[in-house]
Ligand binder design. Structure first.
Ligand code: GDP
Length: 534
C-alpha cells in the first residue's frame, strides 16, 4: 500500500480510510468487468461474474431483495461497499444509458472522486467526455484506467495526448504497458518501480509483482522479451521526460489525472488502481451547504439524498432514498431531522450495500452511502441532520429542454397517470406540469430518450399505456414573486400557466419574446429556467 499523502492528517481513522467514488465511462469500455474485479479483490464475491449473474442465493434473503429481482434492476448496483487492505471503498454506480441523464449528474455530487475507464483501442469517447465535463464542474479528482490492453490498442502516447487535448487535463503515467495485444506482458509500475506481469492462464489471479531497481536492472531482461525491452526502455525515458510526474495535490485539484494501463477481464492492473484510489483518494471531503460548510469529522450526523429509486416492487410502491453521509457517526435507529418537513424521522432500517450481502447498516460514517426505505417522504436534495437547519448545495437541477403532452391510452385512467407522473417527478426522472386550463400533463425532459424510458416505465410499473404528443409549448420558467404580483400575472396569462408536482407556478411558452415581455411587464417577478433542488 502506498503512503497516504493527505492534506487532512487530523481526520479520524474511520473517516480517513473511506473512499467514495464513481466510475465514468462510455458503454462497453469495461465498467461492469472492472466493478466485478473490485468486488473480487474486496473479497465480496468468490468469483467474478456475479455482478452480472446476480448470485441467486443472496437475492432471496428478504422480500426487499425479491423486489429487486422482480424489477430486474439491481439496487445493490446503485451503491456498493467493499473493504480492501484496510480501506472502505464506496462505489456509486452511474446509470448506464447513453442519453443525457440527470441521474448521472446527481450521482456525481455524492462522490469524492471518479475513475474514468477508457478502452485502449478507442480512447476518449463521447459519453466519457460528457461525464468528464461534469466532474470538471465539481473539480472532482479523476483517476484513469486504460482498459483492454490485452487487445490491439492505440499507441500509448497517442492515448495520453488525446486525454490531454480533449479533456484539457494533465496526464501522468502511474504505470506503463509493455507490449500490446497478444504481446502484452504486463506493466511497469512507475510509482513503485515494480514489474507487474499478467497471467493469461488464470484471469482471476493477482499478477506477479517483481521489484526493479531502475531501467538497467538485469531482472528486466529476465522477464521482458528482448523484442519488447528496447522499445519499452525508450518509451519510458520519453514519458519521464515529456509527461508531468505524479502530484497528489494536482490530482486533488482535478488538474492532473494518473493513468493506469490494464486489462480488467484478466484482473490486470486492477489492484494497482485500487491502491491508487486508496493512496491518492481523496478521503471524504468538506460538503458545501447553507448556511455553512460541513466537515466530515463534525460529531453530528448530516447527509443528503442524491437519488431516489422508486417502484422496486410494483405491488408496494416502496422507495429507497440513497443518502450520502457527510458527517458524524450514524447508528441504526437514530432519530434524524428531515429538514424540509422539519419532522423527526427514525431511521430504523437503513441498508448498506456491502457487496457480499445487503445488510442493515448498523453504523455509517462520512463518505458512506446508505439506503433508507421510505414511502415518499424523502426526495432528491433533502437533508437529514440532528436538528440543524441545513441545505446542501450543488445538486443540479436541469432546465427541461423538451416538452411533450402525455395522455393515458384509456381516458378513464387519468388519475392513475397523475400518480405515476408525480412519482417520477419526485424521483427526478422528469419535470411534470399540470396546465391550469385543460386536461393532460406536460412532461419536460432533458434528452429525448427520457420520453421513451418514461413511457415504458409507466406501462411496466403502472400497467398504463400512454401516448406522448408534441406540446404547443417549448419552454418552461418557474415564476416566483410577491403574492399580489403573482395573482395579477396568473390572471392575465391563464393559458400559459401550469403547476409542477410541488404546486410551484410555471410559465409555459414557445416564444422567447413572451418571456422577455413578462420580465418587462412584471419587474417584481423572477423567472428561472431551473428549480433549486437543494
Ligand atoms: P461496460 O459496458 O462498460 O460495463 O463494459 P463491460 O464490462 O460489460 O465490458 C464490455 C465488453 O468488453 C465485454 O464483452 C467484456 O468481456 C469485454 N472486456 C472487458 N474488459 C476487457 C479486457 O480487459 N480485455 C478484453 N479483451 N475485453 C474486455
Amino acid at each position: 500500500m502506498l503512503d497516504r499523502p493527505t492534506n487532512r492528517p487530523d481526520l479520524p481513522e474511520e473517516i480517513a480510510r473511506r473512499r467514495t467514488f464513481a466510475i465514468i465511462s462510455h458503454p462497453d469500455a469495461g465498467k461492469t468487468t472492472l466493478t466485478e474485479k473490485f468486488l473480487l479483490y474486496g473479497g465480496a464475491i468468490q468469483m467474478a461474474g456475479q455482478v452480472r449473474a446476480k448470485g441467486e442465493a443472496r437475492r432471496t434473503r428478504s422480500d426487499f431483495m425479491q423486489m429487486e429481482k422482480d424489477r430486474g434492476i439491481s439496487v445493490s448496483a446503485s451503491a456498493m461497499s467493499f473493504d480492501y487492505s484496510g480501506y472502505r471503498y464506496n462505489l456509486v454506480d452511474t446509470p448506464g444509458h447513453s442519453d443525457f441523464s440527470e441521474d448521472t449528474y446527481r450521482t456525481l455530487t455524492a462522490v469524492d472522486a471518479a475513475v474514468m475507464v477508457i478502452d485502449g483501442a478507442k480512447g476518449v469517447e463521447s459519453q466519457t467526455q460528457k461525464l468528464f465535463e461534469v466532474c470538471r464542474l465539481r473539480d472532482l479528482p479523476i483517476l484513469t484506467f486504460c482498459n483492454k490492453m490485452d487487445r490491439e490498442s492505440r499507441d500509448v502516447f497517442e492515448i495520453i495526448d488525446e486525454i490531454q487535448e480533449n479533456l484539457a487535463i494533465d496526464v501522468t503515467p502511474a504505470s506503463w504497458p509493455i507490449g500490446m495485444g497478444r504481446e502484452f506482458i504486463g506493466c511497469y509500475d512507475l510509482l513503485r518501480d515494480r514489474l507487474e506481469l499478467m497471467d493469461r492462464a488464470d484471469r482471476n489471479k493477482v499478477a506477479a509483482s517483481i521489484e526493479i531497481s531502475g531501467l538497467d536492472d538485469p531482472k528486466l531482461e529476465q522477464h521482458v522479451p528482448a523484442n519488447l525491452l528496447e522499445k519499452f526502455r525508450e518509451e519510458l525515458e520519453m514519458a519521464r521526460e515529456l509527461l508531468p510526474p505524479m502530484d497528489p495535490q494536482a490530482l486533488r485539484d482535478g488538474t492532473l489525472t494518473p493513468i493506469w494501463f490494464g486489462s480488467a477481464i484478466n484482473s490486470f492492473g486492477v489492484k494497482e488502481l485500487m491502491e491508487g484510489i486508496a493512496g491518492f483518494g481523496p478521503e471524504p471531503q468538506i460538503q458545501n451547504a447553507e448556511p455553512r460548510k460541513i466537515a466530515p469529522e463534525e460529531p453530528k450526523v448530516t447527509g443528503f439524498v442524491f437519488k431516489v429509486q422508486a417502484n422496486m416492487d410494483p405491488k408496494h410502491r416502496d422507495r429507497v432514498a440513497f443518502v450520502r453521509m457527510c458527517s458524524g457517526h450514524f447508528k441504526r435507529g437514530m432519530k434524524l431531522t428531515h429538514v424540509r418537513s422539519k419532522k423527526p424521522m427514525a431511521v430504523s432500517n437503513p441498508v448498506l450495500f456491502l457487496a457480499s450481502d445487503r445488510e442493515l447498516a448498523e453504523e455509517a460514517w462520512a463518505g458512506d452511502i446508505i439506503g433508507i426505505p421510505n414511502h415518499g417522504q424523502l426526495r432528491i436534495g433533502d437533508a437529514l441532520t440532528e436538528g440543524e437547519t441545513l441545505r446542501f448545495t450543488g445538486i443540479p437541477s436541469f432546465a427541461p429542454e423538451l416538452l411533450q403532452t402525455v395522455r393515458a391510452g384509456d381516458p378513464m385512467k387519468a388519475k392513475h397517470l397523475e400518480k405515476a407522473l408525480m412519482q417520477f417527478a419526485e424521483e427526478g426522472a422528469a419535470k411534470v406540469f399540470k396546465p391550469a386550463i385543460g386536461s393532460g400533463f406536460i412532461v419536460g425532459v432533458v434528452g429525448a430518450l427520457q420520453f421513451e424510458v418514461l413511457a415504458s416505465r409507466i406501462e411496466l410499473e403502472y400497467g398504463l399505456p400512454v401516448r406522448f404528443e408534441p406540446s404547443q409549448f417549448t419552454s418552461a420558467r418557474w415564476v416566483t414573486g410577491p403574492d399580489k404580483e403573482m395573482d395579477r400575472f396568473i390572471n392575465v396569462n391563464k393559458g400559459h400557466i401550469a403547476h409542477d408536482n410541488d404546486g410551484a407556478v410555471v410559465f409555459l411558452t414557445r416564444l422567447q419574446w413572451d418571456i422577455d415581455r413578462v420580465v418587462r411587464d412584471y419587474p417584481e417577478l423572477t423567472l428561472s429556467a431551473t428549480k433549486e433542488l437543494m
